[in-house]
Design a protein. Structure first.
Length: 202
C-alpha cells in the first residue's frame, strides 16, 4: 500500500495552507515575535489522533517572565513561560482528512477494534498501539516537512521580515522532539534553543 497517497498529499497541502494562514494572522496581530512553536500530542492519548498546536512568543513576554523562571534561557525557550494565546491546530480527532489518510495506511485500525482490544485482548492492544505510533511518526514527518517548506518558500522571511525558529516539542524537552526541531530548521536559527536544551534551561 502506498503510504504517500493522494489523500495524504491533500491533507498535507490543506494543513500547510492553514499553517501559513495562521502564521500570517500572528504577524498581523502581534509584534516582536521571536519564535514559533508546534506543540505535539495525541487527542485522547490515541496515537491515531496526532495533533500539533501552533503558538508563539514575543520578546515582551520573555522579559516579563524572567523573574518567574529559573533562568533567562528557561523564560525564553520553555513553552510553559510563553504566551498562552488561543492556538491553531493541525490534525487531531476532528480532522477528517487526517482520518481518511489514516484509513489508507497499513497502520489503520477502527475505534471498535481498539475498544475491544483494550477490554479483551492485550496482545491485540499492543499490536494496534504500535500501529498507531507508526502512523504518528508519519504525521510528525509531515509536520517537519511543512516547517522545512516554510523556509524553502520564504514564508517566515516574507511574513516577519526575518526567519524565526520553529520549535516542535512535547511537554518535556527530550532527545526525540529536539531532533524534530533540528531536522525542521536551519541550524543557525536554533543554536540558542539547542544550547538551552543542553543546559536543561539553566
Amino acid at each position: 500500500m502506498n503510504i504517500e497517497s493522494t489523500t495524504q498529499k491533500h491533507w498535507h497541502e490543506t494543513s500547510y495552507a492553514k499553517l501559513v494562514e495562521s502564521i500570517q494572522y500572528i504577524a498581523q496581530n502581534y509584534h516582536d515575535v521571536y519564535a514559533l512553536a508546534l506543540y505535539y500530542y495525541c487527542d485522547d492519548d490515541e496515537p491515531c489522533f496526532p495533533k500539533v498546536e501552533l503558538n508563539f512568543n514575543t520578546n515582551e513576554q520573555f522579559q516579563a517572565q524572567i523573574s518567574e523562571a529559573s533562568s533567562q534561557a528557561e523564560a525564553k525557550w520553555n513553552y510553559a513561560y510563553w504566551l498562552q494565546e488561543p492556538s491553531w491546530d493541525i490534525g487531531g480527532e476532528n480532522d477528517q482528512l487526517l482520518a481518511q489518510w489514516f484509513e489508507q495506511t497499513p497502520f489503520y485500525y477502527s475505534q471498535k477494534q481498539m475498544e475491544y482490544a483494550e477490554q479483551e485482548d492485550d496482545a491485540l492492544f499492543n499490536e494496534l498501539l504500535e500501529k498507531g505510533e507508526q502512523f504518528a511518526q508519519l504525521f510528525i514527518t509531515q509536520i517537519i516537512k511543512m516547517v522545512q517548506q516554510l523556509f524553502s518558500e520564504n514564508i517566515l522571511q516574507d511574513t516577519f521580515g526575518k526567519n524565526l525558529p520553529v520549535i516542535i516539542h512535547e511537554l518535556e524537552y527530550y532527545e526525540e522532539p529536539i531532533s524534530w526541531t533540528k531536522r525542521a530548521n536551519p541550524s543557525a536559527l536554533i543554536n540558542e534553543f539547542m544550547d538551552a536544551c543542553e543546559s536543561d534551561f539553566s
